[in-house]
Structures are given as structure tokens and as C-alpha cells.
Write a protein that binds this ligand. Sequence first.
Ligand code: BES
Ligand code: MN
Ligand code: ZN
Length: 506
Amino acid sequence: MTTLALSDRRLDRLKADAMVIGLGSNDDGLVLLPGAEAIDESLGGALVAALLTLGATGKQGDCLKLVTFGQASVPLIVAVGLGSPGTDGYTADQVRRAAGCAARALSGQATAITTLAGVNGDTDAQLIGAAAEGIMLGGYTYTAYKSTAPDAALSPVGKVTILVDRARNQVATAALKRATSISEAVAVARDFVNMPPNDLYPESFALKARAFGREAGVRVEVLDEKRLLAGGFGGVLAVGSGSERKPRLVRMTYTPTKTARSAPTFALVGKGITFDSGGISLKPGPKMDLMKTDMAGAAAMIASMLLIAALQLPVKVIATIPMAENLPSGGAYRPADVVTFRNGKTAEILNTDAEGRVVLADAIARACEDKPDYLIETSTLTGAQVVALGNRTAGVMGSVPFRDLVTAAGNAVGEGAWAMPLPDEVRSAMDSATADFANIGDGPGGMLAGGHFLQEFVADGVQWAHVDIAGPSYNSGAPYGYTPKGAAGVPVRTILRAIEDAIAAH
Ligand code: BES
Ligand code: MN
Ligand code: ZN
């Protein structure tokens, strides 16, 4: 991963292979953003004209490389567009996205400097953090399974120095440290999702969670199939029954060293289906490979626990993470089965491909036994989420005030989120003649049916939110902003922000 540093030295005293500057677009078109004056001066004020020749607009997505022919202290300029500022100047996410684009353009370089933290004039902690996160997140690559060392030209930039007003400033260095912890956590989540399912299966996933947790000072407990049976986790066992790789339930506990007596407690739950073939209700072949991403919720919650521990949040957080592989076989659960969950409720299985909610039911019931104030669950739960909201906006359901807090947190950190209702008629469509309810509804509102199912397992008095990330968890298209191709690592930053906001509001 790229290393980062801060500097307040003058540009002509800094040596680097490249310099990243920000471009904006206003009513007059392309503008150079604050911080780029010095390099423009060394080029005789010719930068805007040169950029216009290259077709720059200053809009988001612009990413141009210019050589300086020995006229400046750096041989290469990378100019990235941020678009137009809002009423309070450029937002953190505009800077984060531009830095992400720049990071990809810097691939193969050893060193770079950037003025992106200064696009609003003064360099504040917010923009220092955003620039740092953008560079680290945008430069992410996953090469673990390439048999030959990746081309140097494709590897992330070695070191980026962020130009700031004062480098030996506590607020600035804290912002950089926090951004590094955040980016490392997002990379952990991405690595898990990108890993192929022949190597990432419930047992190996649980062992990795344990190893990461130990290193971070988080307590980890792994329930194997025997303990799942003894504990009445009928949903996890049913979904896992079709695979020779047996299911697991991982419990991660973070206890802060100092907590206020009135501090709220949090439960995190994430869907960990290491591969979702649909089971007996088998999915069609095309694009089934994408279902290696069906543990993105689990990955995000494990990564969030590591991040919470790294940042030493002053609250207790317990993650409950069900892991199973959904495959068809002679041992698999089947349509018409009735499953009994941890809390005694029963569901009639009408489609074995609606398996996420079946494992999450047990996990949510278990999580609520700890009596948390807040519960956040995230999962690649429904294709209906993608139909409704597309690939970059998560659907958020739950208790209304907390649902709205989590939604606002997502939008604040640049991870798209939209609040969704849980209408009564969607729940009544899930009524079952045999069991307490069925695991699917009658078709329309599939995302909301998923939310309703989960709600059945949330204990009274727990403020909860369900974040459906079926679309946003994985980017099958070209990289954009700080989102690479492949795993996006969402909603780790939303979780952190939501917990911090809930602490502040409690
Ligand atoms: N893992 C899928 C949902 C999914 C779809 C995730 C697309 C990522 C991208 C989930 O287990 C599933 O199969 N859901 C079914 C539910 C249906 C049977 C009620 C779906 O959405 O089709
Ligand atoms: Mn499924
Ligand atoms: Zn699934």
C-alpha cells in the first residue's frame, strides 16, 4: 500500500517523480485550484493553456498527465478534476474521488506530492484525510493470485507527500493517521471479497477473522457446526448443509479501555455466504462467479471491528458473523423445509436462494441477546436492491430514526445510501400456512421483503438498520474515483461514521 507523509516545505525544495494538482470547473470553464500556483509559475503560467489543449474541463473524472520538459521541480504533473464547488467549497468526497483517480494515474511512480488538501485555500483536517484516503483507496490492487510479479508500471505509487499549511501540527498528523487506519480497514474488506471461494470458505474465513482480530486486540470466538447445533442455530446450519465445508458463526468483541457509564453499545452483523450458487433453487450460470462477493457484508463488519479497535472508539461493539456456503447437494436444505432459528421462530423455505436472511436471522437473534442499544446489519441481500437503486447506492431499512442516521452517515462519507420503507403489505405477502412466515414474499418489493424478514429477529428496544449492499459491494465495471474494479470495501466508512454519530447523539 502507498505510504503517506505531510510536508509544509516550499515546492522548489521538494523532489518527487510527479505532482498531483486539482482542477475545477466554474462558469468560465476550467480553473486551476489553489495550491497549483507555484508549479504554474515555474511553467511561465502556461498550465491552463496546456491543459485546455489536452481537452481538460475541470469536471469530475478529468485525469490528465503532462510532462514538464525540465522546466519544473517535478518531471510529471497529474491534473485531476473536482468539478464545481458547493457553497462551502469543495467537499471531502470530491477531494477523495479526485485523489483516487490520481492514484491510478500515479501507478508505477516511486514518489509524488499533491496539493489536493489545499483546494479550498487552507488545508484542514477533513481535506487532508480525504486526500489521504483517496490516494490509498484509489491505488488499491489485488494481485495475490497472479503467478508472475505484477508489472512495476501497474503497482501503486510508493510514497505520496500531501502539502499542508503546517506539517508538524497535531490535528494534521491525527487526520493522516486516521485516514491510514480507515484505508487499511477498507483494504482488508476488499481483499476478503476479492479472494476466490475455493480458498475463502467458512472455516478459512473464520480463521482469518480470528488472526486479524487477535492482532488488533479484539476477542474472537468461532462456533463450529457442533456448537451451532448445540446453540440452536438452525438457519446457519440449514444453509450450510449443502456444502462439505461446514458453516461457522464468528463473534468478535471489542471492549474499550475507558467507557463512559452512559455510553451506548453496538452490535454489528454481516452476511458471510462465501459462495451463493442459490442451492437447490439454483441460479442461472452466467455471472454466477459474482456470487463469490456474497460475503461482502461479513468482510465489511470484520474490517469495521479492526478499525474500531485501531481508533479505540469509547464504546463496546460485538460483531456476530454467520458464514456458510450455499450449494446444492444430497445434504442441502430444500424448498418446503421448515427451519427453526436461534430465537425459536420458524420459517418455511420457499426458495433456497433467499439464504442470506436465513443465516442472518440466527445472527441477529444472537446479537440481540447481548442487549445492544444499536444494531447495524449489512448484506448483499437482494437483486431487487440493484434493480431499485443501482450499483452505487445501498438501500437502508430499519427503525426510522436510526435508519436515517445510518443513511446520512453513508452520504456524508461518499458511500451512497437511501432510506427505504418496510410496508405492511410486503410483510403480509410473506405469511406461511405452515410456519411463522416464509423466506420470500410474492415478488414485488424484494428488497423490502428481505428487510421485513430480518426485522422478525430484532429484539424490542434495539434501534436497528439493515444496509443492503448487493449492488455497491462490487464494481464489475471500470474503476472510478477511489473505487477500483472488483470489491469496493463498502460500507466500512459508513459503519464508522454511523457509530461516531450515534455516540454523539446518544
Ligand atoms: N446473494 C443474492 C443477492 C445478490 C444479487 C447479491 C445480486 C449480489 C448481487 C441473494 O442471496 C439472492 O439470491 N437473493 C434472491 C432472493 C430471491 C430468491 C427472493 C434474489 O435477489 O434474487
Ligand atoms: Mn441467494
Ligand atoms: Zn446470497
